[in-house]
Ligand binder design. Sequence first.
Ligand SMILES: Nc1ncnc2c1ncn2[C@@H]1O[C@H](COP(=O)(O)OP(=O)(O)OP(=O)(O)O)[C@@H](O)[C@H]1O
Ligand SMILES: [Mg+2]
Length: 469
Amino acid sequence: MPPSLSRTNALVAAFKAGFYDLLSLNPKQQEALQILMDSDTKALAFGGGANGGKSWLGGEWLMLCALAYPETRWFIGREELKRLRESTFLTLGKVRRSLGIAREAYKYNGQDHYLQFANGSRIDLLELKYLPSDPLYERYGSVEYTGGWIEEGGEVAFEAYDTLKSRVGRQLNDKYGLLGKILITCNPKKNWLYTEFYKPFKTGKLLRGLRFLQSLVTDNLKRESGAIEALEGIKDKIKRERLLLGNWEYDDDPTVLVPFEHIADLPRNTHVPDGLPAITVDVARFGSDKSVIWSWRGFRAKLERVLVGADTTVVAKAVREVMQARQCPPSRTVIDDDGIGGGVRDQIPGSIGFVNNSRPLPDPTSERDRNTGKQLPENYDNLKSQCKFRMAERMVKAQVYIEDPGPTVWELLSEELGQWKRMEEEDRKMRAVSKDKEKEALGRSPDYADPLYQRELLELVRPQRRGLL
Ligand SMILES: Nc1ncnc2c1ncn2[C@@H]1O[C@H](COP(=O)(O)OP(=O)(O)OP(=O)(O)O)[C@@H](O)[C@H]1O
Ligand SMILES: [Mg+2]
């Protein structure tokens, strides 16, 4: 047996046995493959930034399926057949070589556009262009497929997906114990992918059988060199947001307090100087919310603890431990004092309570009124807005560093910071949008970001006044 053939056989056997870690895939691609081979998902949107390894995964999944399950029938659909042949074909070629599949393992029928495998399996290439003469894609309404892949779903009409999902699960699925599935690979796009997959995924309301998985260039550990730099170099801000960061929500919202590029800088602002220790704490209001503890040195922040469903005694104990570890005195420990938070604050004598809705404070560095000698009050509706605006400005000026909390928390945190927005001014006061609005947009509570603005209180409260708060 030629070496490549035995290698292919071994990989196909590993695939059939579910040993996806032997397939030389990125962890995100393995996760996607797991979903594509599970026994309850019907459609997976594998969507994110450019160069995330999405097309590779689609190609590898279908090639392995075609080889592993003789006589099965699959499709790859894209808006334009020409682009399928020009670009998706290139990826298929790379996948074929990486799996050691011999060129003769399949033939391309250029007239009817399908790949015919020696074991009887085939992969059809479908043009999914919207035709006014066939708005419901009846041209594919009677073909029987085992499963299939819609490539670049952002360019494809919903009706194509709707028709094709009724065409899978019809070719030897029972024989091989395969669920009929559709994979959709896509970049962020506000079309049916957003409403069917992304938004419900974010709000925890995905319909049964549907899954969403995001993959960014940084998840593609096998990317070509220069891939990230190329995306960072995209001039158009919206495009860069979508393709580099896989941002589905990006629209140039002028009310945003910290534009995305400045959020992205936070873990890179290593130049921010060290300073006095501080701790800020947001205490969970409801069972599912999190209590989050950040420590600081100057404006260098580090996520210390995340506690889910902990009572005030447990949270207070964790705060004390962090105070001890970071050598932080109570007078520089800020704990939210709304509702349950008060219970924690009471257990840390000398700590400072943060009352969101209290009056804004004068800025100690601002000018004094010439006549009264008093500092002018700042023009915000409450302390929370004041601190949020101030922290946002500090972030925009690159004066805040956030130690990288790992990709999962970073994604959540940056999403929350993206929701720091100004509201229309009423009575000429500056207001930040309410927590309820933030929750609505996020589909969850902004647990990670809230303690960040609380840090500003220490800049507003002069030492002699602290005891009074
Ligand atoms: N498992 C893998 N093994 C080897 N190389 C890989 C693998 N996955 C991805 N790559 C490399 O990364 C490149 C980009 O991957 P791919 O084309 O799948 O990304 P994509 O998410 O489809 O990008 P786009 O959004 O631009 O369509 C591939 O051309 C290939 O060079
Ligand atoms: Mg692709």
